[in-house]
Structures are given as structure tokens and as C-alpha cells.
Design a protein around this ligand. Structure first.
Ligand code: ADP
Length: 454
């Protein structure tokens, strides 16, 4: 059996290893899932939900260890790793209830016809997840699929197999055999899973891989839910609270070392407030502490691997060569680290303003009118999140003109409970979370009969 060694990006040391699958094994794994699925579906929505919720206490007991593994495997600060795993355990029961509510049978009736809308399982779901939120992403992909009555084969990122494996094993222990299985390996294993006998593919990751998955899924008309990258803009209007806008800009550019699909990747600030805004951003950037996520007080960890670091540094170098100015950071750092970097003097001809960076780089440009801000913010093939800071009515007008799936006004793009996680344009195809998102994990079947007249 091949093994997959997981490496700590902060130190280069091995964290541990898991048994990896070889692509030819995947057919057997999927066949086991297929065999287990009908009995799982037959339990019904309430019983399936109860079985999943029964795992909450064990997931909570394991949460600190799962979170520690997240930090060791991908580098995020320990409070964030543990926070993610604990949040996932704490919200499991509520999430399952919300999903079950969305998937309950609906009744429709007019004068002539009585219809039941059933939300039935597709069969076998492949969940392919990334490393940046190595517990949350598996959970958001796996839970709705299971509640809907699908069997699931999870292929977590090859960067975070230990963390995802512990999470999946802890949950699977409460489910019938083979209803949830985790397989490990790199993209070739993910691809074998997409090509295997699966009915639904739920993927979170890069746009390029999303395109490949859609192509591979097309021949079988397999359902896909793709949550892809972003190039999220932040618009700072002249009437914004500049302290709040700068605090958000720094937090959302450098959180998880910028390795977040809804990181702020482009900042557009009105020229009347550019200097005071930039001063505030630089002051907060200088206060950040970078290092090994296990050290107390560290708030920016490393890039997940050398390839990711290289990609970020290349974008910065190309922007500098084309005239960008470095206001903070910009220098090389040892190992997999990239210094928190603030750039100005940018234009949309530069890769760094067009392609996803996924690193700790804040790119600041100025604008002179709302129309210009909207034009610049919308000048991207992506459309995941966006944020606008300003006087509320003014910011609302600008927000409604932005071509993104999730827009925050004087806050990040996360919505109230029940809000879908949705990308516009190249940031997604299908979506998850919220009632409409949960329903994408199920096949709607309408069963109709003549209405009984009173
Ligand atoms: P990154 O390279 O930043 O990790 P990817 O989008 O390539 O981003 O990876 C996200 C997930 O997709 C990982 O679990 C990875 O192994 C998997 N993956 C990569 N290539 C493919 C592919 N061709 N088909 C299916 N899954 C893939």
C-alpha cells in the first residue's frame, strides 16, 4: 500500500502518514459505497439525521486534536485550527437540522392536482476538498450529502490528510459501514474518483481543477457542485469609517496567510481618503506576527507548500517589474513563509490584479467615482465575495452593482444563518449551504395525483 506523508509547512518536518489509495483501488471503494447506500437511504431523513448528530460528542472530544493537526499540516495559527474544529463540532447538530429541514418533503396543491416534492438521494457522492479549511470544507461537503441519503467517498487534500482522516473516522464510527469512507492521495486519486461510478461530485478548490472535474463529469452527465476561487474586491468609499475599513482589509488580506477563497485580494479606495487609509493599513500590517502557528501570538503562518510560495512571489515580482511599489513586506522569508505584503502603484494589466494570489498580499488602487470603483471591482472573471465600506445607503447602492455572489457592507461577506455559500461567474457552478444549497445534494422527484375535492 502506498503511504502519503504529511509535512509541516512551517518546519519542513513530517507530521505523520496515512495509507494512500492508488487510482485502481477507487472502483472498489465506490462499489462498497454503492452497496451501503440503499439501506442508509431507507433509514429515512429523521433517523439519518439522528445518527449523524450522535457523532457530535465524539467530534467535540477530538476537536482540539483535529485542530492541532490542521495547524501542523497546513500552518494556520493554533487558535484558528482549534477554533475551526471546535466550531464544526459545536454547530454539527444545528447544521444537520437545517439541512433536514431543507430536504423535508413539500406538498403543493392546486384545484386539480396534489403534488409531493421529494428530495431523494442521488446515490454515491464524491467529496473532494482543499487544505485551507481542512475540517470545515469536508464538513460542508459531507453533511448535506449524508443527510440527503447519499453514501459519500471523501478525498481530502493531500496537504491535510491526517486532520481530515481523524474527522471523517470519528463521524463514520457512528454510521453504518461504508456510508462515509475517506480515501487519500493527490489529484490522480481525485480524478479516479470523479471518473468512477459516482453520481454527484462536490468540489472545493481551484478554478483550473474545477474545469477539469466538470470536463471529466460531462460524459456521464454527473451532477457537480463546484466552489472555486475568487479575487475578492474591497471598496472603501470616501464616507467609510477608515479604522474599521483598514482593520477589515488587514484581517481579510492576511488571515490564513491569505489562503482563503474569500480573502480580500484587491482593495479600491477613494482617492480623497487614500493616504489616511493606507497609513492605517500599514500600521496594522506592521503589528502582525508571522511564524510557526504553534507559537503564541502568531497570527500569520506559512504558505501551505513551496509551490504556493513560489506562485505568490512570482506574482509580486512581476508586478514590481511592471512598476508596482512595495509599501510593506515584499522581501523573501525563510522556508515557506511570505512576508505580509502591501502593494500600490498597480493596474489591471498586472497578473496580481487578475489571477487569484492565495497569499498574504494586499493590493491597493485608488478610484475617483462610484462608477469607476464598480467598473474596477467587476473587472474580473471571478465573482465570489466582495465588501464595501462606507455610509450605509451609499455602500448599499455600490454593493448592488457588484457582480459577486456574497457581498458584505461594512463587514465581510459571510451572511446570517441560512445564507448560501455562493459564487457568481467563474467562482462557482452550483453552490452549497442555505436551503437552496442543501437541496443541490438531492434529486427532486415530484409525485402527483388528482386532488381530492371537498
Ligand atoms: P490546490 O492545488 O491549491 O490544492 P486544487 O484545486 O488542485 O488546489 O486541489 C483541491 C482538491 O482537488 C485536492 O483534494 C486535490 O487533490 C484535488 N484534485 C486535484 N486535481 C484533481 C483532478 N484532476 N480531479 C479531481 N480532484 C483533483
Amino acid at each position: 500500500m502506498p503511504t502519503l506523508v504529511s509535512v509541516n509547512p512551517a518546519t519542513g518536518e513530517p507530521v505523520g502518514s496515512v495509507e494512500a489509495a492508488a487510482p485502481p483501488d477507487i472502483g472498489h471503494v465506490v462499489a462498497r459505497a454503492r452497496a451501503a447506500q440503499p439501506a442508509w437511504a431507507a433509514l429515512g431523513l429523521a433517523e439519518r439525521s439522528a445518527r449523524i448528530k450522535a457523532a457530535a460528542a465524539d467530534l467535540k472530544a477530538a476537536a482540539d486534536r483535529i485542530g492541532e493537526l490542521a495547524t501542523l499540516e497546513m500552518g494556520k495559527p493554533l487558535p484558528e485550527g482549534k477554533g475551526e474544529a471546535n466550531h464544526c463540532a459545536d454547530s454539527l447538530a444545528e447544521d444537520v437540522d437545517e439541512i433536514a429541514d431543507a430536504l423535508a418533503t413539500e406538498l403543493l396543491e392546486d384545484k386539480r392536482t396534489h403534488t409531493e416534492l421529494h428530495h431523494d438521494p442521488f446515490g454515491v457522492c464524491a467529496a473532494i476538498t482543499p487544505w485551507n479549511f481542512p475540517v470545515l470544507m469536508p464538513m460542508q461537503s459531507v453533511l448535506p450529502a449524508l443527510v440527503a441519503g447519499n453514501a459519500v467517498v471523501l478525498k481530502p487534500s493531500e496537504e491535510t490528510p491526517l486532520c481530515a482522516d481523524l474527522w471523517a473516522r470519528t463521524l463514520a464510527a457512528h454510521l453504518p459501514a461504508d456510508v462515509l469512507q475517506a480515501v487519500h492521495g493527490a489529484g490522480d486519486v481525485g480524478r479516479a474518483l470523479v471518473l468512477a461510478d459516482v453520481d454527484l461530485i462536490v468540489f472545493t478548490g481551484s478554478r483550473a481543477t474545477g474545469v477539469r472535474i466538470m470536463q471529466d463529469a460531462a460524459a456521464g452527465l454527473k451532477r457537480v457542485i463546484l466552489e472555486l476561487g475568487g479575487k475578492d474586491p474591497l471598496v472603501v468609499l470616501p464616507d467609510a469609517d477608515l479604522d474599521a475599513a483598514a482593520a477589515f482589509a488587514v484581517r481579510n488580506s492576511f488571515r490564513n496567510a491569505g489562503q482563503v477563497c474569500v480573502s480580500t485580494e484587491r482593495i479600491y479606495v477613494h482617492r480623497d481618503v487614500e493616504q489616511p487609509f493606507v497609513d492605517r493599513v500599514l500600521e496594522r500590517t506592521r503589528a502582525l506576527r508571522q511564524g510557526d502557528g504553534r507559537e503564541p501570538g502568531v497570527n500569520v503562518g506559512p504558505m501551505v507548500n513551496a509551490r504556493q510560495k513560489q506562485k505568490v512571489l512570482e506574482q509580486v515580482a512581476k508586478a514590481r517589474a511592471a512598476g508596482a511599489r512595495v509599501l510593506a513586506g515584499g522581501g523573501d522569508a525563510p522556508g515557506n513563509f511570505v512576508q505580509p505584503t502591501v502593494l500600490a502603484g498597480l493596474d489591471h494589466g498586472m497578473d496580481i490584479m487578475r489571477e487569484e494570489t492565495f497569499g498574504p498580499v494586499a493590493c491597493i488602487m485608488s478610484f475617483g467615482s462610484d462608477d469607476e470603483a464598480v467598473r474596477l471591482a467587476n473587472d474580473s472573471p471571478y465573482g465570489l465575495g466582495a465588501a464595501v465600506f462606507g455610509e450605509r445607503a451609499h455602500a448599499e447602492r455600490v454593493a448592488r452593482a457588484l457582480n459577486a455572489g456574497m457581498i458584505g457592507i461594512n463587514q465581510g461577506c459571510g451572511g446570517a444563518a441560512g445564507t448560501p455559500w455562493v459564487g457568481a461567474r467563474n467562482s462557482g457552478y452550483g453552490f452549497h449551504s442555505g436551503k437552496a444549497g442543501h437541496r443541490q445534494f438531492a434529486q427532486v422527484r415530484a409525485v402527483s395525483r388528482p386532488a381530492v375535492r371537498a
